[in-house]
Design a protein around this ligand. Sequence first.
Ligand code: ZN
Length: 172
Amino acid sequence: MERRVRGSILNSYMEFIKKKWGKEGHEQCVKDIGIEEGFKNGHYYRDEIRENILRWISREKGEVYTVECGKYIVSNLGILSWLVRFADTKTLAKKFPKNFSEVYAYGRVEANTDEENVIVIRLYDVNRMKESCNVWIGVCQGAVEMTNAIGEVRKTKCAVDGDEYCEYTINL
Ligand SMILES: [Zn+2]
């Protein structure tokens, strides 16, 4: 099955680039990886486009920015970001599997919130490269910050390193 992602995700990656490195950085990325601008939010595109954007960020600017990209995506959810501020991190985590499947047409997410002060997020068949895994670390960090919580995010398993899934443990 072809791995597809919604244009809204690609647009937020490109917005991150524009915000971080300006119009010139954005234009350079578009040119370097040969993409057409203006993805339609509701349409699905090949996930390779997303991976190529991440490779570009990592290669041209540094791997650390792939984590920052994940944080940006969470903080840039529009009206949702305003609502998220009134939610607690666990409530947000519980909604995560459904939210994920609305924008990614591949993979699967599990969020375990059974333990007090601990959230465990598992991503099955999602990340094929380290940079993509980094984005999810940023997403988890962003979710903690957005809900005004204090917490530490650790990557505890990684499919890129041969584990069955990528796992992020959030200690609140
Ligand atoms: Zn991973």
